[in-house]
Design a protein around this ligand. Structure first.
Ligand code: ADP
Length: 331
């Protein structure tokens, strides 16, 4: 178990997200990914070169942004953050690239959502640290080349398949971030509780870990909700399983960690006589965004064996049907 006290207090104060690990050692789990990144980082330091461009893919909340910060920290440099939907015009990406200093890390979240023009500008920037710009239009158009400092692009995506092959091929390193085990989530919960001086007993942190959908962001979010409830309603800093169940119940999260939206989703399929149903029909029926359902709701329902994806559509499993039949929610 990592002792948060090893991090000097003044460094923590500079860390806006208190829960965000600020050393590789504090980053729990993902051992294979960490050890291959470690080798690549050490080799780059040895050669005095920036780390190769790195693509991180996996579900939301698994630690992609955190890893980008850690890579920059290990490379003893800064990490600049951007998200692809905010890079609308070519001049946005040009501005970002020209603002980089030698060796810095540029993190682009949701990189599969870059538009074509921006993506094409990135090709030469990534490959040759050069920007090929066309100035003016039609017959007066001229090409201009600007040299860039050498940098590392860290791209993050939840949709690897949506990244075009030319962009994907320009990442020297490509790593998947997996869901976390209960033990790993328990460690994350224990470390964070200690950091905020909150006394969560062993059984309680195991219970929270079990309902956190393999995702640190969810574990930390649940812990914060439990803390609110404990401090405001129960006036205590000591957390037991019982208290967690009561707290989560007040947020309509049940013993499986399923919330209102999950149950609404399962109920919709159940009421639809559980015939295979396409994601878009479910999204339209529930009035929800289909990518939220696909990336936030469905992965966990599949993981706990309540849902299957078939070529003809989504289906409840017998386990999922039994669960939703036992609930009295009225949607
Ligand atoms: P993503 O970019 O994949 O959506 P983040 O990097 O923003 O995920 O992580 C979400 C939250 O979970 C952050 O508060 C982060 O500190 C925490 N977290 C993620 N991975 C880990 C880990 N391996 N160990 C400890 N905390 C983690």
């Amino acid at each position: 178990l990592v002792d948060s006290k090893i991090i000097p207090e003044e460094k923590r104060k500079n860390n806006l997200n208190l829960a965000r690990p600020i050393t590789f050692q504090e980053f729990i789990g993902q051992e294979k990914l960490k050890s291959s990144l470690r080798i690549a980082i050490d080799a780059s330091i040895y050669r005095k070169e920036p780390l190769e461009h790195t693509l991180l893919y996996g579900q939301p909340g698994l630690g992609k942004t955190t890893l980008a910060f850690l890579i920059a920290k290990e490379m003893n440099t800064k990490c600049r953050i951007a998200t692809a939907p905010a890079i609308e015009r070519p001049r946005d990406i040009v501005g970002l690239l020209l603002g980089l200093k030698e060796g810095e890390v540029l993190f682009i979240d949701e990189i599969h959502r870059l538009n074509r023009l921006t993506e094409e500008l990135l090709y030469s920037a990534m490959e040759d640290f050069r920007l090929d710009l066309t100035m003016g239009a039609n017959r007066g158009a001229r090409c201009r080349t600007i040299n860039l400092p050498r940098f590392t692009l860290v791209g993050a995506t939840t949709k690897l398949a949506s990244i075009s092959a030319p962009l994907r091929d320009r990442f020297g390193i490509s790593q998947k971030i997996e869901f976390y085990t209960c033990d790993e989530l328990k460690q994350i919960i224990d470390n964070f509780s200690r950091l905020i001086s909150f006394n969560v007993d062993d059984e309680a942190s195991s219970h929270l870990a079990k309902i956190s959908r393999g995702t640190p962001r969810i574990a930390l979010r649940l812990l914060r909700r439990v803390r609110d409830y404990a401090q405001v309603v129960k006036k205590t800093n000591v957390i037991s399983v019982n208290l967690i169940k009561k707290a989560l119940n007040s947020y309509q999260i049940d013993e499986k960690g399923l919330d209102y939206v999950d149950r609404q989703y399962l109920s919709f399929l159940n009421q639809n006589k559980n015939i295979p149903t396409g994601l878009d029909s479910i999204a339209a029926g529930l009035g929800d965004d289909s990518s939220m359902l696909e990336f936030v709701v469905e992965p966990y329902l599949i993981q706990i064996g309540f849902l299957t994806r078939t070529p003809r559509g989504r289906l409840l499993t017998a386990l999922g049907k039994k669960y939703i039949d036992s609930k009295n929610d009225n949607f």
